[in-house]
Design a protein around this ligand. Structure first.
Ligand code: SAH
Length: 358
């Protein structure tokens, strides 16, 4: 039995009819699920009471909030419990004009990037489309304002779960109503999957985590890069740009003394010459099991300036939510997040913690 949050308007309309209800109830159900955030059919007060009560336990596909931490910059990190009891992390990042949700696409991640907390905790399973859509609805409800942007930069490697990710993108666009360009998928690169994503012709924003212009160094940082040499990765990126007619973003984490030297900026500029791309420089956010350091601001600016000099458009992106361990790379797996034996203490006493009933 598919949870209702997996279904489109047409599918919901067909479903209500199997329940001997008139077709227009499908539209009502769609609105209550995707706009009003109903958590149970009991919530849908426009439905006949007897029918609601009969279907009170019918699976809708919503998670429950196990925990929420609010950083001083108002970023909120949620631990969400899925139907099978597993826990994922989702982040809500507010600014005056935007509310961005950073969604997970897997429980854990098998890519094991050396600088990323999620990779250190291993992999459990892929998320279903409704479990991705639910994260957006949950943050929307908790903040009490509309989500404007979604980035697939939480736990997991989206291209290892391509089918569900594409379906969730379509749902966020068509059912929840978020503009295609406000949806960003980020990947560290999985052979053949970039081309496969391109074939869907989605008008989304696509980001590739490059992190090094040199193959040997890239393999040290990203073990799975062994199967995907940089020239092949860039060839597939060019195919993506040509096929979708969308510009691409490259992400480059800055690790002091590892990939932040001027000659490495020059090598990156050379690799990306002539590419229709923007580079996001992400200063490293500290995690417990890695020895990397964030470069000094001077080094960061110098790296950015060298790229500019070579006409490579770029910006420095400081992550939000650092104090709630909610920043890029700081999301851990279920075990690490919930097992007190390995949980790290709150880094700041000012951190607010709220426990919410679902
Ligand atoms: N698996 C996907 C999406 C998740 S990570 C990917 O790798 O792209 C989203 C971004 O955060 C990636 O660019 C990732 O490399 C970066 N990141 C991971 N760990 C980080 C850390 N400790 N500090 C800063 N950025 C980090």
């Amino acid at each position: 039995m598919l949870p209702l949050l997996s279904l489109s308007l047409d599918e919901l309309t067909a479903w209500v009819q199997t329940q001997d209800q008139p077709a227009y109830r499908g539209k009502q159900l769609h609105q209550w699920l995707y706009q009003k955030g109903a958590r149970s059919l009991l919530d849908i007060t426009v439905f006949p009471k007897a029918w609601r009560e009969k279907l009170a336990d019918y699976p809708i596909g919503r998670s429950t909030i196990a925990d929420c931490r609010i950083a001083p910059d108002e970023t909120r990190k949620y631990l969400l419990t899925l139907a099978d009891g597993l826990i994922i992390e989702t982040v809500g990042i507010p600014t005056e004009k935007r509310l961005t949700v950073c969604v997970s696409s897997q429980v854990g991640c098998p890519m094991a990037c050396d600088f990323c907390a999620t990779g250190k905790g291993g992999y459990t399973r892929n998320l279903a489309p409704h479990e991705i859509v639910d994260q957006v609805l949950t943050v929307q409800q908790d903040f009490g304002r509309r989500v404007s942007h979604v980035v697939y930069m939480g736990m997991g490697e989206p291209l290892l779960n391509l089918k569900a990710v594409v379906r969730s993108l379509q749902q966020l666009n068509q059912d929840v109503g978020i503009g295609g360009r406000s949806l960003t998928v980020s990947t560290v690169g999985v052979p053949r999957r970039i081309k496969e994503l391109a074939e869907h012709h989605l008008q989304i924003t696509f980001a590739v985590s490059l992190h090094a212009a040199d193959q040997t160094l890239r393999e040290q940082l990203i073990p799975t890069a062994k199967n995907y040499p940089i020239p092949k990765l860039l060839e597939d990126c060019r195919y993506y740009v040509k096929t979708t007619k969308r510009r691409l973003t490259f992400e480059y984490i800055l690790l002091a003394g590892v990939n932040d030297r001027p000659e490495q900026a020059q090598a990156l500029a050379k690799q990306l010459k002539g590419f229709q791309a923007h580079v996001n420089l992400i200063p490293y956010n500290p995690i417990t099991d890695a020895d990397y350091r964030r470069p000094q601001i001077k080094q960061i600016k110098q790296f950015s300036d060298i790229l500019h000099k070579h006409h490579i458009e770029n910006s420095i992106r400081y992550s939000r939510g650092l104090e709630a361990n909610a920043a890029c790379g700081q999301l851990r797996t279920q075990q690490a997040a919930t097992n007190p034996a390995v949980q790290t203490p709150d880094p700041l006493p000012s951190l607010r913690k709220i426990n919410q009933p679902s």
